[in-house]
Design a protein around this ligand. Structure first.
Ligand code: ADP
Ligand code: GN1
Ligand code: MG
Length: 363
């Protein structure tokens, strides 16, 4: 057991777990929090997370959001597995703040579930569309004004460009020469960045309660049926645009390679996966979405992919301070896959829109 795991082990005992903690190991592939799986003497399983307070500075309101959102979802759930359940600390608090000001929380582990970093079939990907679509529907009546903005301007792509401008100007790590082609590409496509924000500001797209981080690995699937069971990673549930929720799923899941794939020939829109997700998402949310929201779904996909590329590039220039990395140039690799994918979406643009039009027509 490393020192970090030792800390996590100690921390896990400060929550109301069933039995005695036997094991506590690093778990999952999230880029933001530190996640551990905890197993006890009664074979109870939990997910322990150290909240990244550098990313989530307003952790108090973030935890308040999660408490309220999970309560709202729990009222509507048919089965307890469909919603994340927070476990209290031994002192009866929703989460723990340690003497070192670390913030930890404990969830029930959703048993008999699996989490995928890549879908192995279009059906699995479509099941995540059902899960995220239903999540959207279930939160449609959640009072948005009760939600704190955990990260202001999270999907404000224009602001993300401004952060890139600053990273280029400071060039802290002297990495700028390595990324000239990426910077050039980013700047060439800059006018596109305001498309959705302009529509929002003009009152043409509505703000809704959205998840804002709809990667495939933020859904748990039933290990037997592969149906979507539970939407997780609620840190960024905030008012946002539904097209961005759709878009981030396509960004992550309609490409059959990982976010840091070095072989860019493997980065392209998989049409079958795209179609499977789009049909199911539109089917699930159709009664709630406006005509323009549906028509803008492909823009959401391209926007989220471009924005992620910009964010990875910015973090690379800043010295990898935001996203967890496991090797030196990982953020650069991530940026390159995103930009390649944006180019490929351009090449598939008519197709992407036709799929939406066709799905929109069906009812
Ligand atoms: P991050 O913000 O770092 O992405 P997540 O909340 O997504 O953190 O958790 C990381 C991983 O931990 C998930 O991708 C999933 O594999 C696993 N996980 C999180 N919560 C649960 C849970 N309640 N039950 C089972 N697995 C979970
Ligand atoms: C982070 O937490 P995780 O790994 O699900 C990030 C997302 C990025 C994603 C890129 C709070 O998501 O915005 O799109 O990495 N989350 C936050 O993989 O910044
Ligand atoms: Mg996650």
């Amino acid at each position: 057991m490393g020192i970090k795991e030792m800390d996590a082990f100690e921390v896990s005992r400060r929550f109301k777990v069933d039995g005695k903690v036997l094991a506590c190991e690093r778990y999952g592939t999230g880029h933001i929090n530190h996640t551990y799986k905890v197993v006890t003497s009664t074979d109870a399983w939990y997910i322990l997370q150290k909240v990244n307070t550098f990313v989530f500075r307003d952790y108090k309101n973030l935890m308040r959001n999660i408490v309220n959102v999970t309560k709202h979802l729990a009222k509507k759930a048919k089965n307890q597995r469909e919603v994340l359940t927070l476990i209290d600390t031994v002192d009866g608090q929703d989460y723990l703040i340690t003497e070192d000001q670390e913030v930890w929380r404990l969830y029930d582990f959703v048993k008999d579930s699996v989490c995928y970093d890549q879908a192995t079939t279009p059906e699995i990907f479509a099941a995540s569309a059902t899960a995220f679509g239903q999540f959207q529907n279930l939160l449609a009546d959640f009072p948005a004004e009760d939600l704190a903005e955990t990260i202001p301007n999270f999907h404000h792509t224009v602001r993300r460009y401004e952060a890139l401008d600053r990273a280029i100007e400071y060039n802290y790590q002297n990495r700028i020469e390595t990324v000239r082609p990426e910077i050039e590409f980013a700047l060439s496509i800059r006018p596109f960045a305001s498309t959705l924000i302009d529509l929002l500001e003009a009152g043409k797209l509505p703000l809704r309660v959205t998840h804002n981080d709809t990667k495939l690995n933020n859904v748990l699937f039933d290990k037997v049926t592969n149906a979507g069971v539970c939407v997780i990673d609620l840190d960024t549930v905030m008012p946002g645009l539904v097209v961005n929720d759709f878009g981030d799923s396509i960004r992550f899941g309609a490409v059959r390679a990982s976010e840091n794939e070095k072989d860019l020939s493997k980065i392209f829109l998989d049409r079958t996966y795209y179609e499977a997700y789009t049909n199911t998402f539109i089917d699930t949310t159709r009664s709630k979405l406006t005509d323009l929201e549906i028509r803008m779904l492909p823009v959401g996909a391209k926007m989220m992919t471009l924005e992620s590329g910009i964010r990875f590039l910015t973090d690379y220039l800043n010295g990898d301070t935001y996203f967890q990395t496991h090797y030196p140039d990982q953020n650069l690799d991530r940026c390159r896959t995103q930009f390649k994918y944006v180019r490929d979406m351009d090449a598939n643009w008519d197709f992407m829109n036709e799929v939406v039009e066709k799905a929109k027509g069906k009812s």
